[in-house]
Design a protein around this ligand. Sequence first.
Ligand code: CDV
Length: 311
Amino acid sequence: MSRIVTVAAAQLGPIARDESRPQVVERLINLLRQAKTHGCELVVFPELALTTFFPRWFMQDQAEIDSFFERDMPSAETQPLFDAAREMRIGFYLGYAELAEQDGRIRHFNTAILVDKAGQVVSKYRKIHLPGHAEHEPQRPFQHLEKRYFETGDLGWPVVRAFGGLMGMCICNDRRWPETHRVMGLQGVEMIMVGYNTPVHNPPAPDHDRLSDFHNHLVLQAAAYQNGTWVIGVAKAGKEEGCDLIGGSVIVAPSGEIVARCSTLGDELAVARCDLDMGVSYKNTIFNFAAHREPQHYGMIVERKGAVIES
Ligand code: CDV
């Protein structure tokens, strides 16, 4: 079996609050069609790719909040995406807000699925690192209420065999935490897919705003190199409901080098032929975990949550 996977990072421009699911699905299908002309077999869409980034608003009406969530995947409205992908024999990563009923309880997750070329969901991930805050903070120019609207993911970081390799997923803020990638690295991951919605402006730390693009690439490139894996980072970009989101979607090789990137803040593809065997030389030498890791010294990583400064 070929170890080359031709992948498209399918960046999305802004999604308006009143844009319907069928309208967004049509945009996604259009990107799939473009990807097909480039010979792609896997397309990576952003985080929460079916709606506007709604955690920027404080809402109290649960029905209004739930209108941004999917109860079924696929649903009648998203089925056309699955049908188009199956007909074109293209798989995809899709981020969306998931409303699930588990043990008689309604649960809300920020979720991503991996769908194979036959249109079957082969993996699901629920975002673990939820940034922002849970209460309304009216002094902010916009909210970031992921801690209010979502629960912490409960599926860990699964790595599955698909597309001829070992595939993993994470979502947006997860990419800034080395633990995310290392947990997948320890499962031999060969390609990590990550969708994101990252405002240019970070209200609690405005001094960092000028570095938003740099920090995005810094963490994606470090994750790739330190784990000998491909990383596909995909933005929802542009001015969405008055909030500027970074673009900069990239495909990063296991060397840490960016091999393809988007250059606009709109719907755009970046395409690369990804040789999954490229990670082998990193995994066998400088990052040979079995030979060089010293886990007996890493206990604090799981024992401590925050830094403790000894006096
Ligand atoms: N959607 C996100 O998780 N966004 C965060 C922002 C709030 C910093 C990110 O890490 O990009």
